[in-house]
Design a protein around this ligand. Sequence first.
Ligand code: AMP
Ligand code: ZN
Length: 477
Amino acid sequence: MKLHDTLTRSLAELKPRDGRVFRFYCCGPTVYGPAHIGNFRTFVLQDVFRRTLEMSGMETFHVRNLTDVDDKTIRDSQASGESLKAFTERWTERFHQDCARLNLLPPHREPSAVGHIPQQIALIETLMEKGHAYRADDGSVYYRVSSFDAYGRLSHLDKRELRLGTAVADDEYEKDSVADFALWKARKPEDGDNWWDSPWGPGRPGWHLECSAMCREYLGETFDLHSGGVDLIFPHHENEIAQSEAATGCRMADHWFHLTHLLVDGGKMSKSLNNFYTLDQIEAAGFSGAEVRYVLISAHYRQPLNFVARDKEGNETFPALAGARHALERLAKFEAALIQQGQVAEPTGYDELRGLSDGERGAFGPAFEALLNDLNTPDALGRLFSAIKEVKPESLSPEEAVIQYRGFRAVIEALGLELPEVGGEIDIPADVRDLADRRFAAKQEKDWATADALRDELGELGWVVKDGKDGYELEPK
Ligand code: AMP
Ligand code: ZN
């Protein structure tokens, strides 16, 4: 598989450094509220990335952390009157439910910051011994950015931009305030009970430290790939590299994989702008996790994706999700036809589809190739639909139908799409039904011009009308 590497700004061929298992780390959620579908754009595409590697026959080892202590989790647990533990556990459970709704494979390890305080303290001790960290008067410990020559390499930061010698206590800051950052934050009254003992006095770890400590614990000094949303390139990942590489003297990760943000109605989706959508909100509007997933993979991970929540009149009708529903129904119908033609008794499972050769993917080889080429999900979807137009299940022998079925399933599993049941009543939107009724009435009046115009209008909305003796039937195209 080829992927764009943030470190080199070029395509890299991915191979496990141990020749066996591809080991990678994704920065996980901060568990202080529901994740929004912007966060999930990142997690869903990381999931497609893992599934593609696995479908290509590679073994993987996927670590994703939980940030369960930082400025925000402490602030909001106190506001809710719960202990930090009870509060973050509640939001972790909700995160797991949302991941299941989106069909995300659980990571192989999901360590948390609070579960790894000793490892974080040990890492600070190493950095102190090697002269990369210093204790401030209040008992906080800072990383000395000027001590690490490669600082800024990932974000291509100009060394002249560094305002060396100053120190920031906040976990998040902008590029124009590059500074020494906190490894250990001395206890403050507003931290309440959330503090631990350390050689530098009571306090808690800074946010950037946890990932360096947990990467080392679960993946070793150097591993294959590290990933997160683009907002994490600076300062979070830059700081992780500085901590890890200064401590071990080894390169932290061979490759860096960053995902572009989701926009909503043209603007950035974020908690602070209060323009975010959660899965609960979307489900309450009648749409499923599978439909959200489809929308999230419909753009390339290096392009911004605009989530269209409102129609032209400004009503929150989620046009993008309605389109996804239609696409998933078409895929499900095609699959049902292959199952019937191939007399497939049992659905073929995920593991059986791993490592198929090109020839074994039938007409779906090109769609899979698109994923191997820098995880091009929109190209894969385009090629998937071209293939389902080209393959006519009813004209295949049972053996041929089984080959196409397996190739189709391999692409569907790589994308992680859950297809709806077919056979039941198709959900026809009211405006489509209305157009079809008007067309039928026009036909009965022998007003052929109006009937034809309405048929075209239905076609543009993705529907075909089939006339019978005493009425009509509507089918998605
Ligand atoms: P957080 O819970 O804020 O630590 O974020 C979890 C992940 O979601 C990180 O990898 C972020 O980079 C990513 N993220 C945050 N906002 C967005 C967005 N609007 N679109 C895509 N990814 C995002
Ligand atoms: Zn991280």
